[in-house]
Write a protein that binds this ligand. Sequence first.
Ligand code: MSP
Length: 685
Amino acid sequence: MTEPRTLYLTTPIYYVNDVPHVGHAYTTIAADVVTRARRLAGHDAFLLTGTDEHGQNIERIAREKGIPEQRHCDLISGQFRDLWASLDIRYDDFIRTTEDRHRRGALHLWSKLREATAPDGRPAIYRGKYSGWYCSRCEGFKDEEELKQPGNLCPDHELPCDWTEEENFFFRLSAYAEWLRDEIESGRIRIDPVGRRNEVLSVVRGGLQDFSLSRARVKWGIPIPEQPDHVLYVWVDALSNYITALGFADDAPAFRRYWAGAGERFHLIGKDIIRFHCLYWPALLKAAGVPVPTRFFAQGWITKNGRKLSKTTGNVIDPVKLVKDYGPDAVRYFLLREGVYGQDWDFTDSAFVTRFNADLANDLGNLVSRALTMARNYCEGKVPPTAGLPPAGAVGREALLQTDAALGNPAGARQGVLDRYEQLDFAAALGEIWSWVSQLNQRIVQQAPWEMAKDPKRREDLEAFLYRLLEAIRISAVLVGPVMPRAAARILGMLGREAGEPARDDLEWGKLEPGRALGAIEPLFPRLDKAGAGAAPVAPSPKKEKPVSEPSSPEPVVPPVIAGSSTAPAAVPAAGPADKIDIADFGKVELRVAQVLEAEKIPGSKKLLKLQVDLGDEKRQIVAGIADSYAPEALAGRKVVIVANLKPAKLMGVESNGMVLAATHEGKAVLLSVEGESAPGSKVR
Ligand code: MSP
């Protein structure tokens, strides 16, 4: 028995006319996410992608390059596969239309069509004469009214079309209009978004024209046995990839499982290729007696700075460069979070940097590093025990921890995210995860576990809180995994979980084993500075946390005001007029905003904290004498002001490269804070 929810998902196969662009990456990432999410939900799923390598354009390009067509195809198809590898796309098969398995499968489809009878009782294929305006770039005929005048220009390429006449094989699409309308209206063929479905239905209502299945003037294609000087029309050649890859020619087990027996035969497409997919392809399959697709989703268009992506105008987004600059996870996240899948949206570099810093570095990155730093410092680097947890629904500690929505058992939230993935509403799925992430961040501030840590009577509360926090982070990582598989694996590794594909039961609450050693803490998404994307990052406001005083210490006081690369004077006498400095003297001091990435106590010292800070273009270690006023966990994510150009010095044997500025109040350090937006590394004047 075939699993009823078996999913067979495909991307369009991409033309090898040119190197891959961001639109291709967009569809393929979405397809990868849907497949991973389906597997996470416990279903069988198969993802196919590939390259479309035949046709006149390839002939022309190879001729211009002076290389054989196959060589050209090999080169560009290889670039697609390289890009998919760099983006962590996990496809199950990659089909190329120049492969023999494809040629055999396409000809098998052709032979079935040759024998087919259309619903009106006439042969589905017939010989006829075709005349019309042909665009060699589109490899298709254009209706007279579509052409741009003067010059009979193709509406897409703005190049002149040729008036062409040829003897062809035709497919009787017109006879399938009623059947197509029924299938689409009934939802047996589901087309999303609904606007696209209506568009397709209105084409059907407007009357369908038969189309030709062969081409006389093209050499680089699959010759038709009855007429070897004709090749299969490029769209029939291309569409058949969806079944040839599964071994259609041989009725292979993969074909039976993932096509004939699949619960869903689902094609992801762009809005440009709807007509071929939603009308031609189901009708061809119906004629050949092969099950038809059950679902289509047409994604929207990405523009850049409000303009169409175009090589000629230089308005391009290079996916290879994006991955090189930001890593696969951030690219996958941004493309799916920024726009609504199915609608057009605009890509800007500044939005990329903003999302990277706000969502990834700040919200998610800080949550993970704060929680793990606390577990390391308070629970000896192990998953804390859960013994202190009250039974579900109990008041008391339950109320104290306010676990209901944020830290408790978020069954509804988990299903909600899976449902959003299922609907390809990626932005909403991620929005739900991020609302949870920000609730967790808020909960840390409200509960101030560093306060609990000071009171031995609150040990159980602390452990219960941290256990829940880590568990909530683990589930967030599993849920975000389809979009950011690498970050999810790293978070799970930090939580001491073994590597491996998360499965449905990883979404159950309570999988972290108390006592298990946590992994090393590593920064997930170091903040970007403006240099990264050529746009000024708009840094989110730092998380506001009130400083927490720890009990005063018997250790002799290191000047609380400042600690850093030099031992600061214990007291600085007020400067008299004669001691006033020149502005030029002040100019020698380089003050900069820094964001604390991590903070930890220095063993043997009650006063000193070792901070790792982000200075925009570099990471620094600074030792600060603020331990009597600030718990290390309260510092991650906080922005401070530092003296950046001090000579390095060692404090308690630990190297310090800079000095954190603080005022003193009643003998305690009070850090200078930074109001509003300012990126790490910004100069303070
Ligand atoms: N080879 C055909 C498809 C045959 S499928 C049987 C083809 N290839 S293509 O290389 O032109 O890729 C088209 C697909 O790339 C679109 O359908 C869409 O999924 C994606 N995109 C191309 N440009 C895009 C944008 N600017 N924005 C979003 N996606 C776009 O057509």
